[in-house]
Design a protein around this ligand. Structure first.
Ligand code: OSB
Ligand code: MG
Length: 368
């Protein structure tokens, strides 16, 4: 495929409700939509680096810079036979995984469309529906949280994840567990604790949590191994895993027993598949994380989550849980049994609504 044209759009989409984590409150999502055109097909990808460097050092602006000045020039006007070949061209850029992933996703979509196959099939997907959960931000009180949990369960979500931070943890976990003794429940600390908090974390062992996500430092692997030895509940790493090498180190050191795969965090679908396969070989479950993506990124997430070792429900929720209106059709929906259909049409399998995309675009640049 000859890469004839690339377009970047910085988009800003308003969330239906603010999303609070231990690192801050988000009211709008600012991401980059990457469009690649070649050989008569159009591929779409979403780089979910946020407006602020609080989850990761990457931001919408740094990703724009890396895409515009390094990644796009390395592939533009090149004849590329596969996504792997493009990865060779972009490999000189160190780090900036989310920027790389935005372009990689668009190439996967374009190559899948050129072959007339769904992205799920191209990635090695093994199921036509995935089981989904919901990630609930920090709420003003345990009572408010219990009501939110109740309404998501009524919509069908099969697993609840609640965000926690020191002082906003045990009372919230206990309240949810008391009302819903049997649900699949997990927590995400987004690096808000240290090894000095081991007592508070050990207290969580009494609530039959599926996992505790990223309790310690965002780049740490070593201290998590010490902490895991103190806990019965499995640790799941998110922020700390940027590559296959990180995943191998974490599993071999015993830093976690479960990994949250977010393809943008690890540089794309190819690295995600390698981490997925490693975890499968080691008997470690994986699940698909989320970055509050629009329907473009979500379509890719759903396709990847259809691989066999994604055995735990993902943070892949319905479009309407995030936005009044998504920028794709059909929007993503959750069925009453807590499952979501994996698109079967070529590539990402959903239609990008150009007028809606235009309305959320705050900056656009074309490379020809
Ligand atoms: O830590 O998993 C996280 C959203 C933004 C940044 C980090 C995280 C999250 C979520 C939301 O938990 C998951 C979703 O997209 O629904
Ligand atoms: Mg997380």
């Amino acid at each position: 495929m000859r890469i004839e044209r690339v377009e970047l759009r910085h988009i800003k989409m308003h969330l239906v409700a603010p999303f609070e984590t231990s690192f801050g409150v988000e009211t709008d999502e600012e991401h980059i939509i990457v469009r690649v055109d070649g050989d008569g097909v159009t591929g779409w990808g979403e780089c979910p680096a946020g407006a602020e460097p609080f989850y990761s050092y990457e931001t919408t602006q740094t990703a724009w810079h890396i895409l515009r000045d390094f990644l796009i020039p390395s592939v533009l006007h090149q004849h590329i036979a596969s996504v792997d070949e493009a990865a060779v061209l972009t490999a000189r850029v160190r780090g900036h995984n989310m920027a790389k992933a935005g372009l990689e996703f668009a190439l996967w979509d374009a190559f899948a469309k050129a072959r007339g196959e769904s992205l799920a099939k191209a990635l090695g997907g093994a199921r036509d529906r995935i089981v989904v959960g919901v990630s609930i931000g920090i709420q003003p009180s345990p009572d408010v949280l219990v009501k939110r949990v109740e309404s998501y369960l009524a919509e069908g979500y099969q697993r609840i994840k609640i965000k926690i931070a020191p002082g906003r943890d045990l009372a919230f976990i206990a309240a949810v567990r008391q009302v819903f003794p049997d649900i699949l429940l997990q927590v995400d600390a987004n690096s808000a604790y240290t090894l000095a908090d081991v007592a508070a974390l050990r207290a969580m062992d009494d609530y039959r949590l599926l996992l505790i996500e990223q309790p310690l430092g965002y780049d740490d692997i070593f201290d998590h191994a010490k902490l895991q030895r103190e806990l019965k509940t499995p640790i799941c790493l998110d922020e700390s895993i940027h590559s296959l090498a990180d995943a191998r180190a974490a599993l071999e050191l015993g830093s976690c027993r479960i990994i949250n795969i977010k393809p943008a965090r690890v540089g794309g679908f190819a690295e995600s598949k390698r981490i997925h396969d490693l975890c499968a070989a080691r008997g470690a479950p994986v699940w698909h994380g989320g970055m509050l993506e629009s329907g473009i990124g979500r379509a890719g997430n759903v396709a990847l989550a259809s691989l066999p070792n994604f055995t735990l429900p993902g943070d892949i929720s319905a479009s309407k849980r995030y936005f009044v209106q998504d920028i794709v059709e059909p929007e993503f929906q959750v069925a009453a049994d807590g499952t979501m259909a994996v698109p079967t049409q070529p590539g990402i399998g959903v239609q990008v609504m150009q007028d809606r995309l235009e309305r959320v675009t705050v900056r656009r640049e074309e490379f020809v």
